[in-house]
Design a binder for this molecule. Sequence first.
Ligand code: ADP
Ligand code: MG
Ligand code: MG
Length: 907
Amino acid sequence: MTMTNSQTNLSGPTAKTTVPEKFVYFFAAGESEGNAGMKNTLGGKGANLAEMTSLGIPVPPGFTISTDICTHFNESGGKIPDWVKPKVLEAMARVEAKIGKKFGDVKNPLLVSVRSGARASMPGMMDTILNLGLNDQTVEGLAKSSNNPRFAWDSYRRFIQMYSDVVMGVNGSLLEVTLEDLKEDKHYKLDTELTVDDLKILVKKFKELVQQLTGHSFPSEPWEQLWGAVSAVFRSWNTPRAITYRELHSIPVSWGTAVNVQSMVFGNMGDDSATGVAFTRDPSTGEKTFYGEFLINAQGEDVVAGIRTPQPITKKAALSSGAVSLEEAMPEAYAELVAIYQRLEKHYRDMQDIEFTIESNKLWMLQTRNGKRTAKASLQIACDMIDEKLITNEEAILRLDPAALDQLLHPTLDPKAQKTQLAKGLPASPGGVHGQIVFTSEEAVEWKEKGLKVILVRVETSPEDIAGMIAAQGILTTRGGMTSHAAVVARGMGKCCVAGCGEVEVDYRTETMKVKGYVLKKGDVLTLDGSTGEVFLGEVKTIEPRLDERFDRIMKLADSIRRLGVRANADTPKDAETARKFGAEGIGLCRTEHMFFGADRIDAVREMITADNRMDRERALAKLLPMQRDDFAQLFKIMDGFPVTIRLLDPPLHEFVPHTDPEIKDLAQRLGQDFERLRMKIKALHEFNPMLGHRGCRLAVTYPEIYQMQVRAIAEAACDVVKAGQKLIPEIMIPLIATDKELDMLRTLSVNEVEKVQRERGVSFKYLVGTMIELPRAAVTADAIAEHADFFSFGTNDLTQTTLGLSRDDAGRFLGSYVSQGILPQDPFVSIDQVGVGALVKMGVELGRRTKPDLKVGVCGEHGGDPDSIEFFHKVGLDYVSCSPFRVPIARLAAARATLLSKKLHS
Ligand code: ADP
Ligand code: MG
Ligand code: MG
């Protein structure tokens, strides 16, 4: 193979490369080789360009180089394989034949755009180059053939700006400055005022600058330009901002991007030309109105770049601003645009986000895709489209993104409020909150106890900060990504969090934070927007989430479809109430240890832990009994007949005791004990690896009286509730079981205690005793364990830790690299590792049901609220998922989708 004229790196096929059969897809009226179903190969943009072309919609001809080539490119160290080239030359020849212009021709040059396009739309992630093919000769040809030198030179200067930025890595603002300087000299306000001579000067200056800055001259050969641009698109798949976006949206690195090479149409040809973007319905409210913006005599990104203020498309929208709409300025092109958008919406049966250009009054479509929308709009559009009979109930459910509902469930910042943005970090966990800043967790807790609202500001958080995170309204960290400790924990708590906000400088010593020239001291007020990652000065007003009738309608629809039950993890009456409000059908996990931390009981807990003998321990436990009984009774009442799963004490005991001498001294005084003795006792509790230490059911093997007290509290509370005439089903859950013998023993203990209480009180009620499956051994021996269990609940947090052999609290340091390098597809603590941990879940279910065919099985790890994991749990036959109260609606919707998806798979 001989290749012509290219300085870009081309390489021969490596040993393992397999050359795909077809990898260049042509599109032009009457001969489109792709279609909308080929997004994996053509990317979203390419697939839809092909589809629109087939529909007879005017689309400038071009071709798409498939996503496979991106993978080849990256695997061969950033080189375009040389077998790609002939096919591209061939496709370009077909475009030339269609248009009647030649690429690189000095008389009548064909110009192209080079556009990226991944499978999933990644707006603004990768850069597009327009007007490619221009050089000092072809620009003259274009000037003559168009009879419009200003347009030709304007296109040329735009091309140099884009190309040198995207391909040659020249900081775009440096060229922009040159342009701004010239405008200032000439007293111009707008780019459109630049004359041909101005533009010629600019082109010359730009090229000199590029030479100076890069040491390379600006490439003039069109094919060299093209290969450079194609390579740049492939490279852009791995730019930091693309990587961040991919991580945020769980897009695997292996997908790659396609490249679209498309003949140019020109919105900058004069006042009868324009460019614009539009949505077929309002993307923020969902209202059924055509919504969009355009600019006359402009190209591509001008509309979004804010160079000039764009004008509204419809007359109606223009009314308030007094601007001239497209409807008025170019009525014919507008009418065609309306006809096309309506057709596209009917064809795709979804709201479309479209891009168009008008060249000398002729409309061209450059892109269509399903439009991104707020959660509110998505519900409105789903309901409207069901009513319009455009989609079925099932389709509506399948289209909704469960995770996006999160936006609706937290208070949000009032969009109309005045605000001063200080910085922007990662939108780690949604919500809009304000509070006074503090820099330590201890202070967060203290201030909260004084009734103050605080924002916890940390460089990063660690497990020691949990109490502070609970106490804070929101969390701001300056380091760490979307899977950092702060982000994961905050999401689990449904707490607002902005993570990795690098602009903010935190100084723990002086208790200040610096950002954008502001210095904020401890106690100053900040507002966080966890949905956008923004940080604002002072208090910004919020609005409560309003769950309107559309939300209810969709939830009811989801409930009528789903098979999985949805419960909530709730430790307090407040959690339980929230859970009910969001439609939880029970509590799947009540962690009793959270009740131990209450100010009124923590000392009794500590007395119990540091007791020397069983008698002392029982004395302390007796103090706790009535408190626990009240806790449980309240939960039973709120859950009103729905099942409540109560996990007996799980964490290692040293988590409850103080560790510094002054604190221990205080405690000794309060308990009336000897300081030295207490100190030694506490020291003896130290463990090298607490996660694998003396915790869970192991506590009850050594101190059965702890579980005995808790079971008694549950049983007594149940008796009280039954006496009050209410129904209930308490489920006693034993954590961290590894062997059937453990469960056999602790089940007997529990049953004996419940029966004792029932006899004492003369009351009977139905109850279950079950276990968490959170150790691999338990999953593997689930048939034996099921002999002693009425139910299983998979504790997938610990099961993930113990299966992968990694501690969640330490994994933050390296897990990010695992995900970004594609070793793990996702953070396994966020979405269940289906092939590993998931296999154990599947095995546990199968073995358990082999022993007890109608064994009730659920999950109570964080994964219970993750849509992908829920789909998996549906498939392996769980009965229910349990998640944080705020995620209950998400789980209801995700469970309905799981049902529909598996039906689809089977039909
Ligand atoms: P993004 O993925 O960021 O939306 P696009 O590839 O859609 O990038 O390009 C951005 C804009 O550039 C388009 O909306 C369109 O206005 C303009 N553009 C792209 N290709 C062409 C073309 N062949 N002719 C005219 N304008 C184009
Ligand atoms: Mg676009
Ligand atoms: Mg656990």
